[in-house]
Design a protein around this ligand. Structure first.
Ligand code: PHE
Length: 357
């Protein structure tokens, strides 16, 4: 036993790596290891002999086992020290420009739109994306049986079983923010409300989630002429051209009367979109004079106050301005697309300094 102890302690002390250590463990304590075989011989001894030899063998086994563990830990520490010595990082190096992120076109355009309307005295209002049917429909003069509810291709939130209340919806437009803003602030009011909206629709120009910006201006003497001026002024500033051609088409929305949809002249050739030229018209917004019932629903007296509202597709006007042919690509997170269409994080759009550079 003394010989075994000397032999293994020496070998363990001299082991250069963990693989050698493992070989030693197997040679001594493995199933067919020297010490394990000796343990097996205990069975042939007489009881008194066995007692003495058994205790000694166990002690030997424990000692070798402890030495193996200690050496393993020491080798591990040495390996870590070696890695710490050889692998290091200079945290004072500058960042790598190639890895910089970019601003998504939707964020960029939202900033541009906000800057332009801020310049015209509009504040930004917000509302939740999960809406009650009161804000998304009823207060906007769309009662439960109204056909417009079907046209909205609404996503409904599930209610608990047995709960008979009407379900919440993913807002189908930003118009509920009109209701929230007027209910909270009353009139006069001048706000825009950019944000996400949801409808069950999917093709080259529709995605189930998209972005709108709502506009609302209520005062004592606001007319359709003001609406037209604001929208034309907006388009000139936004598209950064002197001439844009808008087409106001008579239309219908339950929450405006009269109502108009607005198209912008554009061309769409070889996958390239251009505005202000060509023979195509792209619908960019719905608008009109806020319906007296909508004002009344928010506690604003329609015999004193009136005004206009509009809802514009942010993704649509981003496609038009930056020549992006497919809306679906906006939301696919393809890094090559994001690098190509993304904007520098440090150029904040302003009306005086330039919207996009
Ligand atoms: N909410 C309408 C839509 O999403 C747009 C709109 C807003 C029309 C405000 C008129 C006034 O289609």
């Amino acid at each position: 036993m003394d010989d075994l102890l000397t032999k293994y302690m020496g070998a363990i002390a001299g082991a250069a790596d963990e693989a050698m250590l493992e070989d030693l463990r197997l040679a001594a304590l493995g199933k067919k290891g020297e010490i394990s075989l000796k343990m097996r011989e205990l069975g042939q001894m007489d009881p008194t002999q066995r007692q003495v030899a058994g205790a000694a063998l166990n002690a030997l086994k424990d000692e070798i086992d402890a030495a193996l563990r200690a050496k393993k830990a020491a080798l591990g520490d040495a390996a870590l020290d070696e890695r710490l010595r050889s692998e290091w990082l200079d945290v004072t190096l500058p960042g790598r420009p190639r890895r910089q992120g970019t601003i998504h076109p939707v964020s960029q355009v939202t900033e541009e739109v906000t800057a332009i309307f801020a310049d015209m005295g509009f504040a930004v209002a917000e509302g939740p994306q999960i809406e009650s049917d009161w804000y998304n429909f009823d207060a906007l003069n769309i009662p439960p049986e109204h056909p417009a509810r079907q046209e909205h291709d609404t996503f409904f939130m599930a209610r608990a079983e047995g709960d008979a209340r009407p379900p919440h919806v993913l807002r189908t437009h930003t118009s509920p923010v009109q209701i929230r803003a007027m209910t909270e602030q009353g009139a006069p009011i001048r706000v825009i409300a950019p944000g996400r909206v949801y409808r069950m629709d999917m093709d080259q120009t529709h995605t189930p989630m998209f972005h709108q910006v709502e506009g609302l201006a209520i005062d004592k003497d606001i007319s359709m002429a003001n609406l037209k001026w604001v929208l034309e002024e907006f388009c000139r500033a936004y598209f950064e051209v002197d001439q844009v051609e808008l087409r106001f088409r008579a239309s219908h929305f339950p929450f405006t009367e009269p109502s108009a949809e607005v198209d912008i002249r554009c061309s769409w050739e070889g996958g390239q979109l251009k505005i202000g030229e060509g023979d195509k018209w792209m619908e960019i917004l719905g608008s009109g004079m806020v319906h007296p019932k909508v004002l009344a629903a928010t506690g604003v007296d329609p015999s004193i106050w009136q005004g206009f509202a509009f809802g514009m597709g942010i993704d649509r006007i981003a496609m038009l301005k930056y020549g992006i042919p497919d809306l679906r690509a906006f939301f696919e997170s393809d890094l090559r697309w994001l690098r190509h269409y993304g904007f520098s994080a440090l150029d904040m759009p302003t009306v005086s300094g330039g919207l996009s550079r």
